[in-house]
Ligand binder design. Structure first.
Ligand SMILES: CC(C)(COP(=O)(O)OP(=O)(O)OC[C@H]1O[C@@H](n2cnc3c(N)ncnc32)[C@H](O)[C@@H]1OP(=O)(O)O)[C@@H](O)C(=O)NCCC(=O)NCCS
Length: 175
């Protein structure tokens, strides 16, 4: 049975004519997501961390799948209440936890599609701002976020385990 949760929310062809589908993550998909994470990013997380993001924010936990059903990308967000940078008010922020696309599938618009759909989905939590951290050396990811109009709000020193600094990037949610 197909449930709304399984709904395929995007599909597009790419230069190799492989059909890529963007859809919501299910529990069964977590191993595939973790595999992409471990191959593509130095920051990895225990299984229960992914599970808790999926339990709490399933709408914005999306993945990209190829025609064979292999997971080739994912994105996950969480929501946090914290002070706004420009006022003392507490606001809901959509915090990008992680995004990655497998090497062989990059530069085809998959990350853009994952961001587009997940940012729409997380709006249901009345997000005032989207926020994220990115390594200052991660040119590709910074370009991607700038395309979405994220701006560098500040630098977090020694943010990563290896001591690299992060840019803290933010984007106001236009209601
Ligand atoms: C960053 C990442 C997710 C981009 O995925 P992708 O599917 O290749 O990105 P897209 O094809 O959707 O590209 C979207 C935009 O990102 C930027 N971008 C992505 N790859 C780029 C590259 N190699 N060079 C320059 N800009 C690049 C561009 O602005 C691009 O838009 P354009 O195609 O109109 O120029 C991917 O490179 C990745 O998984 N990197 C490793 C994990 C990572 O760094 N995650 C981010 C942690 S904060």
């Amino acid at each position: 049975m197909t449930t709304n949760k399984d709904l395929k929310i995007d599909a597009f062809n790419n230069p190799t004519n492989q059909r890529i589908i963007i859809k919501r993550c299910n529990l069964d998909d977590l191993d595939g997501v973790i595999k992409v994470n471990e191959e593509e990013l130095p920051e990895d997380y225990p299984y229960f961390f992914y599970k808790s993001i999926l339990d709490n924010y399933p709408e914005s936990f999306l993945l990209a799948q190829n025609e064979q059903g292999k997971i080739v990308g994912y994105i996950m967000w969480r929501v946090e209440k914290s002070p706004s940078l420009d006022s003392l008010r507490y606001i809901n922020k959509g915090h990008l936890v992680s995004i990655a696309v497998s090497q062989d599938y990059r530069k085809r618009g998959i990350a853009k599609s994952l961001l587009n759909h997940s940012m729409q989905a997380i709006r249901k939590y009345k997000i005032h701002e989207y926020v994220l951290e990115v390594r200052v050396s991660n040119y590709n990811a910074i370009k991607l976020y700038e395309q979405f109009k994220f701006q560098i709000a500040n630098i977090k020193k020694n943010y990563y385990r290896d001591g690299e600094n992060a840019y803290y990037m933010t984007l106001k949610n236009k209601k």
